[in-house]
Design a protein around this ligand. Structure first.
Ligand code: NDP
Length: 475
């Protein structure tokens, strides 16, 4: 036994994670179902650190110092179960399996429980940052027992990104907490990308700017409060010209967005928890709508207004920036509320400020904005929503005239802005003095005797709708 950690699953993510570990001085045992990837890694990157290539499960396990630490970086789903079934019988109590793939948190809860019964630690760990992040420093969201984190924490913080000297890694909570938080991270990523795409669509069709001009607008935004990895790469993509045609790259790409499922999981889970994550849901549905080629073909001729750019289209960019900012605050507020609700449902003591802290670097949604969220939860850990934090409340107040005008313009020109408009509707819904939910309760009582409560006295009531003169009865 000589390696202090091992990685099995050496496709892009596992390979780069293994290299990252080795570059930080760890001795890394390597394993992959098919041998080629293991040999390739050692051939190409063997001089980056100390690797122990192995070519069977038994050899891999034997190469690890006890208690063993195995990082599993395979395709999420059934392959993860297959790997666990292969390795678990070879392990001894106290050993740790770190599942760094994109598992569903419910699978992680199931696996953690099954392995705990065998005395093994199962550490479901969210890893974000893609291929580059895995190599140079991802954001790491480990779940599992405190005991396992005590052993793994120093290694994981070693290879994580750092912001202001703070590593982007923290123990999220027991069993599925890490993968739950990673899931919501991806959901927020969907929402953020959709909002940026809507801003682009508005700059293109309401302001009448070219992709190259819009790239410049995004570059400008990137030096302001919207500074983030996603805004930065948006500018790069928009500035890119297709070599084959000389057209803007964005114009030669088929407009059908794909998805791997983490956005869908986030929305499904939010529905179960009863938390409105409209930003994430609209983003997920927008991808589905874009991908339904047959439906879009059938509907293409439906009438709508001409998309004639408005007067003063260039100044409108400042309004769009404010609308994007305000919508983004809503999307993140919803995501953090989902984490709060998940923590309550599953009994995870999740520190929301710590989550914001480790998302500041390494991951796809990394941004200066996350530091403002960290500060908001530092000021009040029990904040009901980010929208009531003094700083965010003031920023949204200052943005809202622009936000309303942008949504109104989009509606008038027939430009779909499901992200911007649903975020605004959520904001108006939350701050409303009275909601038409009162009428919904009346309807429910009428057709189903579902009862209602009154504003003026306690109790539960039902109205005899057939004989309305006999007023309500308390039930
Ligand atoms: P893939 O998701 O494409 O998975 C490929 C790896 O899984 C290969 O090593 C493959 O082995 C192994 N594998 C597949 N099926 C089995 C099986 N039945 N038994 C054993 N091994 C199996 O690789 P990625 O590197 O893209 O992703 C790895 C994990 O990281 C996934 O869970 C993914 O969701 C997650 N992730 C990916 C990110 C990304 O940007 N790509 C970002 C964050 C997380 P073999 O070589 O033998 O085929």
């Amino acid at each position: 036994a000589e390696a202090n950690i091992g990685v099995t699953g050496l496709a892009v993510m596992g390979r780069n994670l293994a290299r990252n570990l080795a570059r930080h001085g760890h001795t890394v045992a390597l394993h992959n179902r098919t041998e080629g990837r293991t040999r390739d890694l050692v051939e190409r990157y063997g001089d980056e650190g100390t690797f122990v290539p192995t070519y069977s499960a038994e050899e891999f396990v034997a190469a690890l110092a006890r208690p063993r630490k195995l990082v599993v970086m395979v395709k999420a789903g059934q392959p993860t179960d297959a790997v666990i079934e292969e390795f678990a019988p070879l392990l001894e109590p106290g050993d740790m399996i770190v599942d760094a793939g994109n598992a569903h948190f419910a699978d992680t809860r199931r696996r953690e429980q099954a392995l705990r019964e065998k005395g093994l630690h199962f550490v479901g760990t969210g890893v974000s940052g893609g291929e580059e992040g895995a190599l140079h420093g991802p954001s790491i969201m480990p779940g599992g027992s405190a005991e396992a984190y005590a052993a793994l924490g120093p290694i994981l913080t070693d290879i994580a990104a750092t912001v202001d000297g703070t590593p982007c890694c923290t123990h999220i909570g027991p069993d599925g907490a890490g993968h739950f938080v990673k899931m919501v991270h991806n959901g927020i990523e969907y929402a953020d990308m959709q909002l940026i795409a809507e801003a682009y669509d508005l700059l293109r069709h309401a302001s009448g700017l070219s992709p190259a001009e819009i790239a410049e607008v995004f570059r400008g935004w990137n030096s302001g409060r919207l500074n983030s990895y996603l805004i930065e790469i948006t500018a790069e993509v928009l500035a890119h010209t297709d070599a084959a045609t000389g057209q803007p790259f964005v114009d030669v790409v088929a407009d059908r967005a794909e998805q791997k499922g983490t956005g869908r999981w986030t929305v499904q889970t939010a529905l179960d928890l009863g938390i409105p994550v409209t930003g994430i849901a609209e983003a997920t549905f927008a991808r589905s709508l874009s991908g339904d080629a047959a439906l879009r073909d059938a509907a293409r001729g439906l009438p709508g207004p001409a998309r004639t750019p408005i007067e003063g289209g260039a100044d409108f960019a400042a309004d769009i920036e404010r609308a994007l900012y305000a919508s983004k605050v809503v999307a993140y507020a919803q995501g953090f509320n989902q984490i709060q609700a998940g923590a309550k449902e599953y009994g995870w003591p999740i520190d929301l400020g710590a989550v914001a802290t480790i998302w500041r670097g390494g991951c796809i949604i990394r941004a200066g904005f996350l530091d403002d969220i960290r500060a908001a939860y530092a000021a009040d850990p029990a904040l009901p929503t980010l929208l009531t934090d003094a700083g965010f409340a003031a920023a949204v107040r200052d943005a809202q005239d622009s936000w309303r005008s942008v949504v109104a313009t989009a509606v008038r020109l027939g430009i779909p802005v499901p992200g911007f408009s649903s975020a605004l509707a959520y904001y108006d819904g939350l701050r409303a003095e009275r909601l038409p939910a009162a009428l919904v309760q009346g309807q429910r009582d009428y057709f189903g005797a579902h009862t209602y409560q009154r504003v003026d006295r306690p109790g539960t009531f039902h109205t005899e709708w057939a004989t309305r003169e006999q007023a309500e009865t308390e039930v």
